[in-house]
Design a protein around this ligand. Structure first.
Ligand SMILES: C[S@@+](CC[C@H](N)C(=O)[O-])C[C@H]1O[C@@H](n2cnc3c(N)ncnc32)[C@H](O)[C@@H]1O
Length: 298
């Protein structure tokens, strides 16, 4: 059996009882190590808690060489651990499909994900549109396909969850070109960098999917002991220091319910200014007033 087990968001003990019991049965345990990190636990702490050796599985191992993970999983139990939920903003469907092709049984054990825990900032999950990912810009690569998705969400009043890039075990272009297996230190995008990139692309496009005054919520270290939220405009958040990773951002949709706003105001430095920004933003995409069609005369 291949077990895909969600670890939850932060603590070693966030794993479910069923997840832990399954790990105990496994002969090999892999921890997916490139889409998220368990903030309040080290690898050694996990190994001690599970009573098992845990192998780190990087992107290359999962995406191209998953044979090692699936080896003998038709005869013995193997665990593949994913921070958050195995299907929350990480698609491990490829691994499942490969396992099934090899007649390996698969069991998924779910857990909390950033995709649902984001609701603790006070915004209703019902009111979210498409989630987008913001990657680190480089001198020659500044992808902005997320821009239209934010625009679509905002047009129909929905909030946008922006997930931020993580770079773990990346090679520099020079080391890659020279075939040197030297890896850069891990990097995690911050809220301020994400907001700067948002503002850069808005300035280039100029179609106002959002503006520097659009209200947003910075979400830091959800589920960890130092979890924090900060409400402010995109421009304000581009100047704020939200501390250690992991970070996510929510760009508000036009339809911000009164209760949502009341909750968000708790996280605003200047409550009056934030309330003003939300009221102004609500006017922004208001649908055109309905005008009855002109009836044609016979
Ligand atoms: C590709 S997603 C993986 C999500 C994970 N599988 C889950 O279900 O939560 C990783 C991104 O989600 C966001 N994220 C994940 N956990 C977070 C947390 N605890 N607090 C804030 N943002 C988080 C960060 O932007 C991070 O770069």
């Amino acid at each position: 059996m291949l077990y895909l087990i969600g670890l939850g968001l932060s603590y070693t003990s966030d794993i479910t009882v069923r997840g832990l019991e399954s790990i105990k049965k496994c002969s090999r345990v892999y921890l997916e190590h490139y889409t998220s990190i368990l903030m309040a636990a080290s690898l050694e702490e996990l190994e001690e808690y599970y009573g098992k050796k845990v192998y780190l599985a990087d992107r290359e191992m999962v995406e191209s060489g998953c044979e090692e993970i699936l080896r003998d999983a038709d005869k013995e139990d193997v665990a593949f651990l994913v921070v958050g939920d195995p299907f929350g903003a990480t698609t491990h469907t490829d691994l499942v499909l490969r396992a099934k092709k090899q007649a390996i049984e698969v069991e998924v054990i779910h857990n909390a994900s950033v995709m649902n825990a984001v609701g603790s900032c006070g915004l209703q999950l019902y009111n979210f549109g498409q989630t987008v990912s913001m990657v680190f810009f480089t001198d020659s690569w500044r992808p902005d396909s997320w821009y239209n998705k934010i625009w679509e969400n905002r047009k129909i009043g929905l909030h946008t969850l922006v997930l931020l890039d993580i770079k773990v075990k990346e090679q520099s272009i020079e080391n890659m070109a020279r075939g040197r297996l030297i890896y850069e230190p891990p990097r995690y995008m911050s809220i301020s960098q994400c907001c700067e990139q948002l503002l850069e692309i808005e300035e280039l496009r100029g179609t106002k999917a959002y503006t520097p005054n659009t209200p947003a919520v910075a979400i830091s270290r959800l589920g960890a002991p130092t979890q924090s939220f900060k409400s402010g405009t995109i421009e304000e958040l581009s100047r704020s220091d939200c501390g250690e990773p992991l970070h996510s951002l929510v760009i508000l949709g036009r339809q911000c319910h009164d209760l949502e706003l009341e909750y968000l105001l708790e996280f605003a430095e200047d409550k009056l200014e934030f309330q003003k920004a939300v009221s102004q933003d609500q006017e922004y995409f208001k649908p055109e007033p309905w005008v009855p069609p002109i009836e044609e005369e016979d």
